[in-house]
Design a binder for this molecule. Structure first.
Ligand code: NAI
Ligand code: MG
Length: 498
């Protein structure tokens, strides 16, 4: 086991980090069957903050067996919709009670500023459980008029899809867990969730909260471990009815292949290369700060980050110098330092990935307007970066960088179809933002953009009620809102000859 070094600024999470927590399997907090653990790093320093269980196939088998039993024996179904909703609400209350502790865990584990975790990740996580708690009693079918001769009564019911495997990433560790768990549980499914290996801490704490809230054993199982072992075992497991994945498009394709064995249902929330489009009539102060927030929020580690910035040539210079000015003033530092506005990237691997994209952009002729360098010589900090003179064939504009790097491009079209064509020139289709003072233009452009979300005069606006997901290679299915229940229910048509 690696030696642990904690940040002296921790006020709330030191206790949890200092004790040995376990994975939640069949209602108990357990270590891995193999006895193995793996180290978790503070990305601001590269030092170890904890050693956590390294779950693998053996642990997945135990968790799936528990979830299978809880589903097949009707343990969760018998709780009933209203009481299920009440338990989800209880869990929301517990997350809210421990908000500061969880926000600190997110900060030290993922690198994001504590203040951001506290006002963004945590409240959305709480609200996800409250919103979905309300849905537990409202998942209904319909009655259907038949055109056949004779008299029939036909109706549909929405039933839980069964045992759900959920695999989540590290960019919003607790929030991603809550996005996934709350609707599946509201729908009556039982769950095996695997946290990302880079950021397992808040998921382990969440497992304790599920136990405290009194969820029956087996209904929720939370594992820590690696993708190639634990994640792959979930995706391939014959007793898992459905897998819900958020992460890279590359691994999304592996999940689809692994799911083919038992044709489990699959939903995928994958990468993006989302455009922010600034039209000549936009309120430029709003658009400039909005475009900067679109890429720099969460250090650009958002699947919907506004990583392609298109500005009309009449405003382009002003937009680029405005965004570059904001970038140069962002205070980069450790997430637990109260003056920090942007923390480190999550890991050594992401640091290398993002900096090599910047190098690749430079080599292929992009101009670095601001940033482009590492900050300090400890941890995984990258300066907020604006690239100009990027051309449509460059890797930096085609591929997801997943860091604080935006590619700015001028356009001189006034035709909305031509603007939309630029926006749609990507294999992805997750999100886009449009900045204009003209409501008609905004909605016309929204209808021409092929993505699951379009924001008008805003970016990165999330709510539990808003469906979120991708067109094209950004994924299958939608998270959140009422739409998410398509992911977690099967529809049964019942017909009686009268
Ligand atoms: P990843 O897709 O490898 O990891 C996401 C999750 O999938 C983790 O829980 C991981 O353990 C699991 N996983 C990995 N390989 C697996 C496999 N073969 N079977 C089952 N599960 C598996 O993403 P990674 O490597 O952390 O980041 C690489 C890139 O992916 C990023 O640079 C970014 O472009 C993209 N990404 C996109 C995210 C999004 O929100 N859409 C989130 C995280 C990463
Ligand atoms: Mg990976």
């Amino acid at each position: 086991m690696d030696t642990i070094a904690l940040d002296s600024r921790l006020r709330h999470a030191g206790g949890f980090l200092g004790r040995r927590s376990g994975m939640l399997i069949d209602g108990k907090l357990v270590q891995a069957v193999s006895g193995k653990t793996f180290p978790v790093y503070n990305p601001a320093t590269g030092t170890v903050i904890a050693n956590v269980p390294e779950g693998d196939k053996a642990d997945v088998d135990l968790a799936v067996a528990a979830a299978r039993r809880a589903f097949d024996d009707g343990v969760w179904a018998k709780v009933g919709p209203s009481a299920r909703g009440k338990m989800l609400w209880k869990l929301a209350d517990l997350i809210e009670r421990d908000l500061e502790e969880l926000a600190e865990l997110e900060s030290i584990d993922n690198g994001k500023p504590y203040a951001v975790a506290k006002v963004a990740d945590l409240p959305l996580a709480v609200d996800m459980f409250r919103y979905m708690a309300g849905w537990a009693t409202k998942i209904t079918g319909s009655t259907l008029p038949l055109s056949l001769p004779g008299e029939y009564l036909s109706y549909t019911v929405r039933e839980p899809v069964g045992v759900v495997g959920q695999i989540i990433p590290w960019n919003f560790p607790l929030l991603m867990a809550c996005w996934k768990l709350a609707p599946a549980l509201a729908a009556g499914c039982t769950v095996v969730l695997k946290a990302a290996e880079q950021t397992p801490m808040s998921a382990l704490r969440l497992g304790e909260l599920f136990q405290e809230a009194g969820f029956p054993p087996g209904v929720v199982n939370i594992l820590t471990g690696f993708g190639e072992t634990a994640g792959a075992a979930i995706a391939a497991h014959p007793d898992v009815d459905k897998v819900a994945f958020t992460g890279s498009t590359e691994v999304g394709k592996l999940i689809v292949q692994a799911a083919a064995g038992n044709l489990k249902k699959v939903s995928l929330e994958l990468g993006g290369k989302s455009p922010a489009i600034i039209l000549p009539d936009a309120d430029l102060d709003l658009a400039i700060s909005g475009a900067a927030n679109a890429i720099f929020f969460n250090h650009g580690q958002c699947c919907c980050a506004g990583s392609r910035l298109y500005a009309h040539k009449s405003v382009y210079d002003k937009v680029v110098s405005g965004v570059a000015d904001i970038a140069s003033k962002i205070k980069v530092g450790p997430g637990l330092d109260p003056s920090t506005e942007m923390g480190p990237l999550v890991s050594d691997e992401q640091f290398s990935r993002v900096t090599s994209y910047i190098e690749d952009g430079r080599r292929s002729g992009a101009h670095v307007a601001v940033g482009g360098n590492r900050v300090g010589n400890l941890g995984y900090f990258v300066a907020p970066t604006v690239l100009e003179k990027t051309t449509p064939d460059m890797k930096v504009i085609r591929e997801e960088i997943f860091g604080p790097v935006v590619c700015a491009t001028p356009f001189d079209d006034n035709d909305l179809d031509a603007i939309a064509k630029r926006a749609n020139d990507t294999i992805y289709g997750l999100a886009a933002s449009v900045w204009t003072a003209n409501g008609g233009t905004a909605h016309k452009l929204a209808s021409r953009i092929r993505s699951g979300t379009v924001w008008i005069n805003c970016h990165n606006v999330f709510d539990a009620s808003l469906p979120f997901g991708g067109y094209k290679q950004s994924g299958w299915g939608r998270e959140m809102g009422a739409e998410v229940f398509h992911n977690y229910t099967e529809v049964k048509a019942v017909t009686a000859a009268l």
